[in-house]
Design a protein around this ligand. Structure first.
Ligand code: FAD
Length: 387
């Protein structure tokens, strides 16, 4: 079998790339180890930022994939006292509310059901041939046995633990990692955000409440790296939410799931080797504080799709050769923003974390967002993804 492009991974990066390529008239095969129901129901955070709304508009897919307007405010709350930050921008630069799970479900519908895209679920044992001067080949297994696809290019969109990056020989990639030293407990609850999305700083640690649809929201609570579900029964979660938000009247409601996420940054580059190109979490991770992981994956995919279209439709390979160099400067800027958010939100809370000096300077940094128009503007630009 032959296909111009094989994409490994049907997450937000792989499905968006496949949809863009199909839109441009390029055939591709997507290989995913899970089944469709699993991919559609996998709980994932993330809201499409304004920059990526513009991107979907450019590919003429925004109305088929995205939902209505998103909150243009964030309440920064310190020990129960909130200040509402207005994300500055004009109407033409607003984000739209579409969680990652909604986006993935819509991508599957458009790609498979509407434009006949080729997504093969439930595959295993993917092997990658990607040597210099040999035509690339991707092998895999499914219920029907072993298969192989000869292709021109391979896109590795199978996140941090996938096979794509692992297939690159030792010594080719540089990896830079930063550990923040704490984790988040993510709890999906049966209660909507009633006011503004909250980023809460407190002497007892960080808390956030972010919208996840009309009836639900997700709370994030700073916790120890070693914590697990046994340390956080539901009663303790609600006690800590009341303590950290300063909202003592808040009532317990049902908690649907609990997840523990270590906060870390990872960059791996170059994001390409011979004919294999990495996009999204396969190449980089950001701490969730800045809400940028999915948005950076979408940026990679936009650049990669344009470069693949140039190579396959016009025989012009310069953009593909320069893919990694093109995306890396922006990825580093958003790593810096994510680290800024993470340090500020956590240091400004409990002084036991990094001491009273870091606490007070972090609070001063937060104040600047409200007192300095320049700082407020820059923060808005990062929030909207246009910095
Ligand atoms: P994924 O979505 O992980 O998709 C990878 C796909 O590859 C999966 O379908 C997987 O099954 C498949 N796969 C893996 N291995 C193989 C294999 N061997 N063979 C075949 N298929 C394979 N981002 C934001 O923008 N905003 C946020 O607010 C936000 N909040 C977050 C909060 C938390 C707690 C976390 C953990 C993340 C958050 N993110 C957020 C980040 C975002 O979820 C990720 O950056 C995004 O999912 C990356 O997309 P991806 O397509 O690269 O990877």
């Amino acid at each position: 079998e032959e296909a111009p492009i094989v994409i490994i991974g049907a997450g937000v990066a792989g499905l968006t790339l496949a949809t863009f390529l199909h839109t441009a008239g390029i055939r591709c095969v997507v290989l995913e180890r899970r089944d469709r129901a699993y991919v559609e129901t996998r709980q994932r955070a993330g809201v499409v930022d304004a920059q990526n709304v513009r991107m979907f508009e450019r590919w003429d897919l925004a109305d088929r994939l995205l939902s209505g307007p998103v909150a243009q405010t964030i309440e920064y709350r310190v020990n129960g006292v909130g200040r509402v930050f207005e994300i500055l921008g004009d109407e033409a630069s607003e984000g739209r509310f579409c969680t990652q799970q909604m986006l993935v479900t819509n991508l599957l519908r458009v790609l498979i059901d509407e434009i006949g895209g080729d997504v093969r679920f439930g595959v295993s044992e993917i092997t990658i041939r990607n040597e210099d001067a040999v035509r690339p080949q991707v092998g895999y297994r499914d219920a029907g046995g072993a298969h192989a696809i000869d292709c021109d290019y391979i896109a590795g969109c199978d996140a941090d633990r996938g096979v794509s990056r692992a297939s690159i020989p030792d010594g080719v990639l540089t990896t830079i990692t930063h550990e923040f030293g704490y984790a988040w407990l993510a709890a999906l609850v049966e209660a909507p955000v009633t006011g503004h999305p909250i980023m809460g700083i407190s002497d007892h640690g960080f808390v956030a409440q972010l919208p996840r649809g009309p009836k639900r929201s997700r709370y994030y609570l700073q916790c120890a790296l070693t914590d697990g579900p046994e340390d956080w029964p539901d009663e303790r979660i609600w006690d800590e939410i009341r303590l950290r938000t300063g909202d003592s009247a808040l009532e317990n409601v049902e908690i649907h799931d609990k997840d523990f996420v270590p906060l870390r940054s990872v960059m791996r580059f170059p994001m390409q080797h011979n004919r294999l190109f990495l996009a999204g979490d396969a190449a980089h991770l950001v701490p969730p504080t800045g809400a940028k992981g999915m948005n950076l994956a979408l940026f990679d995919v936009d650049m990669l799709a344009q470069a693949l279209v140039s190579a396959l439709c016009d025989g012009e390979v310069a953009a593909l050769a320069g893919y990694s160099d093109t995306v890396l400067p922006r990825l580093w800027r958003y790593q810096e923003f994510s680290a800024w958010m993470t340090d500020t939100m956590h240091d400004a809370g409990n002084p036991a974390l990094h001491g009273p000096f870091r606490q007070m300077t972090a609070r001063a940094r937060l104040d600047e967002l409200f007192s300095s128009p320049v700082a407020g503007r820059l923060h808005s630009d990062f929030q909207r993804g246009v910095a």
